[in-house]
Design a protein around this ligand. Structure first.
Ligand SMILES: NC(=O)c1ccc[n+]([C@@H]2O[C@H](COP(=O)([O-])OP(=O)(O)OC[C@H]3O[C@@H](n4cnc5c(N)ncnc54)[C@H](OP(=O)(O)O)[C@@H]3O)[C@@H](O)[C@H]2O)c1
Length: 234
């Protein structure tokens, strides 16, 4: 049973839907809050005991460290970490127009790939004391090398392919300690990132991810899959 969970990037989109989904199940939810204003204060009012927003910028080591220590002051163990926060800073820019001197390329990797790794490093002591021992990285079909139709979106796609590799390395590293790592494509969602033309509401993705999260996984099971549990090619 999942009693405690931390979700990064919970201000909006999928992160917000995930927070609501787990709160409905009576889970104690810690929500990474990137900006102080926004929807999270309403959730805190509705669930004063079960919901705690925690300021968090996953690119800043001090911020990640402080978030982990704040959570450790409030609970003895964490059952599940969902690395959801991400950015998509360049959309279908053709290679000749891609500005190689600008930071967005590096920033994408910093948030989408190194952010989750910073989180795992700092939250591992709490996760080790948890009963469920699950780390769920929100990946993307864009991270699949085997099944890539794209001719652009370099930074985002590369950041998610690298997140997939990170998930595999973490699974190898943490298997002896009983951990399961998942890398989950949430579908094309109607969020600020996915746009209005997307096919599903983030609540649907959150429901699928909730069902995957509560399963009893074997460390040797699939790592990379969509939100319905369909395996994806690496
Ligand atoms: N939308 C899709 O169709 C789609 C498809 C495949 C995969 N995904 C993945 O699904 C996840 C959720 O996407 P979404 O559509 O919900 O995106 P979204 O609506 O853009 O939300 C992203 C969240 O991440 C936060 N964030 C950004 N930079 C951060 C940082 N440095 N530190 C902490 N938080 C940060 C954002 O906060 P601020 O807004 O305050 O900056 C926001 O709360 C992402 O991992 C994304 O790559 C999305």
């Amino acid at each position: 049973m999942i009693k405690t969970i931390f979700i990064t990037g919970a201000d909006k989109g999928l992160g917000f839907s995930l927070a609501q989904r787990f709160l409905r199940e009576g889970t104690r939810v810690f929500a990474g809050q990137h900006h102080p204003e926004g929807n999270l204060s309403d959730l805190a009012k509705s669930f004063p005991q079960a919901f705690t927003p925690i300021p968090l910028d996953v690119t800043q080591m001090d911020s990640v460290r402080l978030a982990a220590s704040r959570v450790a002051e409030l609970i003895p163990a964490l059952d599940l970490l969902i690395n959801n926060a991400a950015v998509m800073l360049e959309t279908r820019t053709p290679l000749p127009e891609l500005d190689m001197t600008r930071l967005p390329l590096l920033e994408t990797l910093d948030v989408n790939t190194f952010g989750p790794l910073r989180m795992v490093q700092q939250f591992l002591p709490l996760l080790e004391k948890g009963d469920h021992k699950l780390i769920l990285n929100v990946s993307s079909e864009a991270g699949s090398i085997a099944d890539c139709p794209r001719e652009s979106e370099f930074a985002y796609s590369m950041s998610k392919a690298a997140l997939n590799m990170q998930s595999k390395i973490l699974q190898n590293y943490l298997k002896p300690r009983g951990f399961k790592i998942l890398a989950v494509h949430p579908g094309w969602m109607q969020t600020d990132m996915g746009g209005v033309g997307a096919t599903i509401h983030p609540d649907e993705a959150a429901d699928g991810i909730f069902k995957l999260a509560v399963k009893n996984w074997n460390p040797d099971d699939e790592i990379y899959m969509d939100y319905r549990g369909q395996p994806l090619p690496w």
